[in-house]
Design a protein around this ligand. Structure first.
Ligand code: ZN
Length: 255
């Protein structure tokens, strides 16, 4: 369901990046296809999601610790989002579902907490409730399944990679530093040993996809997801140094 990217498991970019965006719906939001709260049938929040006047600095990877279902349908994914929201609102007593994004095992990416997509489009942080003590600066992604001993499916990892690349592009984040697991902040098993073990590859794959997107931005390629809404300071003004180039501090002229 993630359209517009040419990435496969293992981080190999297929078919060049000319395909980026070609399958996107006209007028659709940037990045992976993200199904909205209206799509999955969210209840109204008790209070509107609060957009803060700064960007997040980390992306926190969670697992839902729910069964590793083999039903990868959209209906199942939407039911998952509704179930998480019910639990967070009626068991935990929260204003709304806690996390900003939810991804099903089938790779269906869904908006979580109210006002998440408007916040991302504005380059601002939507205050969530997913990681104790660090909600003011972290975006939470709930990944369906229990990954203490099971391996996350490629469909999930690919969608997670696309989502992370999109968020890094929008927020100007370095995947190597920004992507962490819930256990990096709180005493928890989340996101499970196997998904946590997949984070180094997730960082590498996200960085590769992000680099490809940035190269397209240099060439004003309007098929890049999010163009032209990417904040100007996140767009590189010159290409990466060619392979073999001497790395020195950059000056625009003699000093
Ligand atoms: Zn967690």
């Amino acid at each position: 369901m993630v359209r517009g990217f040419g990435l496969v498991a293992g981080g190999v970019l297929l078919g060049g990046l000319a395909d980026l965006g070609t399958a996107r719906d006209a007028g659709a939001d940037s990045g992976p296809t993200v199904y909205t709260r209206a799509d999955w049938g969210a209840q109204p929040p008790r209070r509107a999601g609060r957009i803060l006047d700064h960007r997040p600095d980390h992306i926190v990877v969670h697992h839902t610790a729910t069964p590793n279902v083999t039903d990868y349908s959209m209906e199942q994914a939407f039911a998952l989002s509704r179930a998480i929201q019910r639990y967070h609102m009626h068991h935990n007593g929260w204003n709304d579902t806690g996390q900003q994004f939810t991804i099903s095992r089938g790779g269906i990416v869904m908006e979580g907490r109210d006002n998440t997509l408007p916040a991302v489009r504005a380059g601002r942080h939507l205050l969530g409730a997913h990681v104790a003590g660090h909600n003011s600066h972290t975006v939470g992604i709930e990944n369906e399944g229990d990954y203490m001993s099971a391996t996350p499916p490629d469909t999930l990892l690919e969608a997670l990679t696309h989502t992370c690349a999109w968020l890094c592009l929008r927020y100007g984040l370095d995947p190597g530093r920004a992507i962490v697991g819930h256990r990096d902040f709180n005493a928890t098993n989340c996101p499970g040993d196997r998904l946590y073990g997949a984070l180094p590859r997730l960082r590498e794959d996200t960085a590769a996809l992000l680099a490809a997107l940035r190269q397209q931005l240099i060439h004003n390629d309007r098929s890049v997801p999010g163009f032209p809404d990417i904040p100007e300071e996140n767009i590189p003004s010159y290409p990466d140094a060619p392979v073999g180039e001497v790395a020195v501090e950059y000056h625009h002229g003699p000093v």
